[in-house]
Design a protein around this ligand. Structure first.
Ligand code: URP
Ligand code: ZN
Ligand code: ZN
Length: 462
C-alpha cells in the first residue's frame, strides 16, 4: 500500500497542539515527528492547516425504518456525507422487531451496512425484555462486538421501540452483570403520549405542538429515573442527545456522587432554538426531532457542560427525512411527522465555528468530544480517536480559512431540506483520510468503491 507523508501541519489532539509531520503506511500512522522523509511517499503539504484525528459519530440512524419509510440516508449516502464533513467512523443501531432475536437483527443490519465507505460499529437496541434477552445481550457483547445497548424511554406503544420501567430495570441489571454500557433516549414516554393525544384531540396539530408535547420536564423526569435505576443496578449509563439545563444538573450531580454517567449532545441543541417551530409547515416540519429544539437559554448550559466535561461527546443523531415525501405525511397531524434530521456532514464545522472560534470550547476539547471520547467510551480506543503511531490512519486535514453557507442545495446528505439552511460556518475538512487512503479532498469524494469495515468493539471497564 502506498505511503503518505502529511507535512507542516499543526496536529491537534485532545491533549496538545503541536507542529509535526505524519507518516502513513499500510492504513496506519507509522511515525509522528519533525521533518519526515521517505522514498516514494506521496507528500501532502498541510502548511496553515490543522490535523485532527478522524471524527467519530457515536449516534447516527442510516436507513432507520419508520412508518414514513426509511430515514433518507442509507449507509452509502450517509457515510459519504460523514466523510465530507471529517467523520471517518460512525456507530449506528440494530433495532430488532418485537419477537426477533437480537442476534438475527444484528446479522440483518450488518448486511444493510456493508455499503458504508467508512468503518462503523453498531449499538444493539433492546425494545423488549424476554426470557432470552440476557443471554442474547451476552452474545451481542461477546460474539457480535456490540457491548453498548440502546434503550428508548419514549416512543412507547404497540409498534414503538420504547420500553417500560420494569423492562428498563432488567436491561440495566443485565448490562451491569455482563459489563456493558446502556445508552438512553431519556424522555418520559407516557407523559409525551398523553400530551400528543391531548393536542391532536383539541385540533392543535401543527409542528409548533411538537415541542409543547415534549417539554423539558419530560426529559428531566426520564433522566432522573434512569440515574436512580442505574444507581441501584450499578449500571454505567450514557445519555444520548441531552438538550436541557435540568437534565444537565441531574447528570452533573450523579457524576459528583460517583455514578458512571456519560452524556452526549448534538449540534442542533447548540446552534438552533425553539423559534424554528414558529413557521409554516414546510419550514418547521424539518425540525420535528426528539428531544425537540429548546428555548435559547438552554444553550449556554450545554456549552458549559461541554467545557466542564459533564458532557463528554458531541454526536449528531443524524436521521434525515425528506420534506416532500416523508415529513409531509404529518401536515395535518404533527404526531405523524417522522422524527429526525440530518447533521452528520456538518458537526465539525458547526462546533468549530460556534464553539472553538467563539471561545466556548478549546480546540483540544473539540477534538476530545468529536473523536477521542467517543472512541474511549465505545471501545474504539486505542485504534481510533487519536493521532499516535500504531493508530488507524483516520485523519482530517482542516482548513480553518474556508467559509460556507450551509444549504440543502449543495449537501452530500440525501435530503431535500437542511435544518442549518442559511447558517454560515468557517473551517472545513479539506482532505479526509480513512484507513490510510485519501477518501475526500477539496470538495470531492475520491473513490466511492471503497468500503469500510465493521468494527468489533470490546467491552470497556468503567
Ligand atoms: O428525532 C430523532 N431523534 N429521531 C431519531 C431517533 C432518536 O430518537 O434518536
Ligand atoms: Zn433518541
Ligand atoms: Zn437517535
Amino acid at each position: 500500500m502506498s505511503k503518505i507523508i502529511i507535512k507542516n501541519g499543526t496536529l491537534v489532539t485532545s491533549e496538545k497542539t503541536f507542529e509535526s509531520d505524519i507518516l502513513i503506511s499500510n492504513g496506519l500512522i507509522i511515525k509522528i515527528s519533525e521533518s519526515i522523509s521517505e522514498n516514494g511517499a506521496e507528500i501532502i503539504d498541510a502548511t496553515g492547516k490543522y490535523i485532527f484525528p478522524g471524527a467519530i459519530d457515536a449516534h447516527v440512524h442510516f436507513a432507520l425504518p419508520t412508518p414514513a419509510g426509511n430515514s433518507s440516508d442509507d449507509f452509502f449516502t450517509g457515510s459519504k456525507a460523514a466523510v465530507s464533513g471529517g467523520t471517518t467512523t460512525f456507530i449506528d443501531f440494530v433495532t430488532p422487531q418485537k419477537g426477533e432475536s437480537l442476534l438475527d437483527a444484528f446479522d440483518k443490519r450488518l448486511k444493510e451496512a456493508e455499503n458504508s465507505i467508512i468503518d462503523f460499529g453498531l449499538h444493539s437496541s433492546i425494545t423488549e425484555f424476554t426470557k432470552t434477552t440476557l443471554d442474547e445481550m451476552l452474545l451481542c457483547a461477546d460474539e457480535k462486538g456490540t457491548p453498548s445497548f440502546k434503550t428508548y424511554l419514549a416512543y412507547k406503544g404497540k409498534n414503538g421501540v420504547g420500553i417500560d420501567d420494569d423492562d428498563f430495570l432488567k436491561v440495566l441489571d443485565s448490562a451491569a452483570k455482563i459489563g456493558a454500557l446502556v445508552t438512553v433516549h431519556a424522555e418520559q414516554g407516557d407523559l409525551i403520549n398523553f400530551l400528543r393525544q391531548k393536542y391532536v384531540s383539541e385540533g392543535r396539530t401543527s409542528p409548533e405542538y411538537h415541542p409543547k408535547s415534549r417539554p423539558p420536564e419530560a426529559e428531566a423526569d426520564a433522566v432522573n429515573r434512569a440515574i436512580t435505576f442505574a444507581k441501584f443496578t450499578e449500571c454505567p449509563l450514557y445519555f444520548v442527545h441531552v438538550s436541557t439545563k435540568q437534565s444537565l444538573q441531574l447528570i452533573a450531580k450523579a457524576q459528583q456522587n460517583g455514578q458512571k454517567v456519560f452524556a452526549e449532545t448534538c449540534p442542533h441543541y447548540l446552534v438552533l432554538d425553539e423559534t424554528v417551530y414558529n413557521q409554516k409547515f414546510e419550514k418547521s416540519a424539518p425540525y420535528v426531532l426528539s428531544p425537540p429544539i429548546r428555548h435559547k437559554h438552554h444553550q449556554k448550559n450545554i456549552w458549559k457542560a461541554l467545557t466542564d466535561n459533564v458532557i463528554q461527546v458531541a454526536a449528531t443523531d443524524h436521521c434525515p427525512f425528506n420534506l416532500k415525501t416523508q415529513k409531509e405525511l404529518g401536515r395535518h397531524d404533527f404526531t405523524k411527522i417522522p422524527n429526525g434530521a440530518g447533521s452528520v456532514e456538518f458537526r465539525l464545522s458547526l462546533l468549530y465555528t460556534y464553539g472553538v472560534l467563539e471561545g466556548k470550547i478549546s480546540i483540544n476539547q473539540f477534538v476530545d468530544m468529536c473523536s477521542t471520547q467517543p472512541a474511549k467510551i465505545f471501545g474504539l480506543y486505542p485504534k481510533k480517536g487519536d493521532l499516535k503511531s500504531g493508530f488507524d490512519a483516520d485523519i482530517v486535514i482542516w482548513n480553518p480559512e474556508t467559509t460556507r453557507i450551509l444549504s440543502a442545495s449543495d449537501q452530500f446528505q440525501n435530503c431535500d431540506s437542511n435544518i442549518y439552511e442559511g447558517i454560515s460556518v468557517k473551517g472545513s475538512a479539506e482532505t479526509v483520510i480513512a484507513n490510510g487512503k485519501v477518501l475526500f479532498s477539496n470538495g470531492k469524494l475520491f473513490d466511492e468503491t471503497i468500503r469500510g469495515k465493521y468494527i468489533f468493539r470490546e467491552r470497556m471497564r468503567f
